[in-house]
Design a protein around this ligand. Structure first.
Ligand code: AMP
Length: 218
């Protein structure tokens, strides 16, 4: 199963990608996670990406494309993958198409998660994450049992720098301008399925599983 999860920041792509990857025995490739890891490790790539990310802007295509290219070459991707947060621009989508075409492993589906702007802002601004084990919580919808520490490892939870109000506004604007055109791009390729992302995590996962059922490995 080779799929792309498309949608504005905060629609739940990452959460669902984790569940789908484990159910369908494929890997989740999240460019946001890969970039945050590079920032934590203070690698040259991480240092370049940090200022874009903190402001809610997109990291240059060349940087992100290189990351994804490397991941797709890893043996773990051979069983299929869920791309979360990539592609985010038309040049990224074109590059992905070229890479997959030359590997003769075309995409099966692109899922477009739809959630209202109001809900997206509520989801992003209440999100908290664990800097140690990367578990995520939400102050209202999925609070940590211990308040402000991680239920899994006990570390103090933090708010992502790009989940602050100002950065959220920028991310939504960037999404509209640079990423939303991919909806039509993939519709033209007859790969797009729309998905209502406004329900509970379980409800969205159920609809998603129905759309993806034909691609389940036997
Ligand atoms: P995410 O966790 O997917 O919301 O990504 C967090 C941040 O990482 C984004 O706001 C961008 O700064 C950067 N980023 C993630 N994926 C991409 C991408 N495909 N292209 C450019 N920048 C990206």
């Amino acid at each position: 199963m080779r799929v792309v999860f498309l949608g504005a920041p905060g629609v739940g792509k990452g959460t669902q990608a984790d569940r789908v990857a484990s159910k369908f025995k494929s890997v989740k490739i999240s460019t946001g996670d890969l970039l945050r890891e590079a920032v934590r490790n203070q690698s040259p790539l991480g240092r370049e990406a940090k200022s874009y990310m903190d402001q809610g802007k997109l990291v240059p295509d060349s940087v992100v494309i290189g990351l994804v290219r490397d991941k797709l070459r890893e043996p773990s991707s051979a069983n299929g993958f869920v791309l979360d947060g990539f592609p985010r621009t038309v040049p990224q989508a074109e590059e992905l198409g070229d890479v997959l075409k030359s590997a003769k492993t075309p995409l099966d589906r692109v899922l477009n998660f739809q959630v209202s702007r109001e809900d997206v802002i509520r989801r992003l601004s209440g999100r908290r994450s664990c800097p140690k084990c990367q578990a995520t919580f939400h102050v209202d919808f999925a609070p940590s049992k211990t308040g402000d520490a991680c239920d899994r490892c006990g570390e103090a939870l933090v708010q992502r720098s790009d989940d602050r109000r100002e950065a959220i506004e920028t991310r939504l604007k960037v999404y509209e301008e640079q990423t939303a055109p991919l909806i039509q791009y993939y519709r033209n390729l007859h790969l797009l399925s729309e998905l209502d992302g406004s329900g509970t995590v379980d409800a969205v996962f159920e609809s998603l599983s129905r759309v993806l059922a034909p691609y389940k490995p036997t």
